[in-house]
Ligand binder design. Structure first.
Ligand SMILES: [Zn+2]
Length: 130
């Protein structure tokens, strides 16, 4: 299970689990409802945060995998069979994350979240409300 840090929410100031962009789930959801009332395109901030999290897992797994492929490790430290096994585990993990990501994206979020994306829909939302 994912654990979220408990901090002061930037909106309501209560110590809560911070879902995304320094905001608690309650405040993110109320922002979302406000955007909905104003007829603005609605995104799901929780889902957006989750996609970013998935991307971060993907990045790390892919980095680990390619790091192993970059240069050979002598047999006395890791047998070729073990190396193959580790790479298979990493590849399977990547596939699992990609599958979860695909279903998360299909479940209706419009956010186009790519690694390194500078998109910040929560900020876009709050600046528009002023
Ligand atoms: Zn809050």
């Amino acid at each position: 299970m994912r654990r979220r840090p408990v901090h002061k929410c930037q909106e309501c100031g209560d110590p809560r689990e911070i879902v995304s962009h320094g905001l608690c789930a309650k405040c993110l959801m109320s922002m979302r409802r406000e955007a909905d009332r104003r007829g603005e395109p609605v995104f799901d901030p929780c889902q957006y945060a989750y996609l970013q999290e998935l991307n971060s897992y993907l990045n790390r797994l892919v980095r680990a995998s390619s790091a192993l492929e970059d240069a050979p490790v002598p047999d006395i430290f890791v047998t070729p069979a073990d190396l193959l096994y580790v790479r298979r585990v990493l590849r399977e993990a990547v596939e699992k994350v990609q599958a979860v990501k695909a279903t998360t994206e299909q479940s209706g979020v419009e956010a186009d979240v790519e690694p390194g994306s500078q998109e910040d829909p929560v900020n876009a939302l709050t600046t528009r409300s002023g």
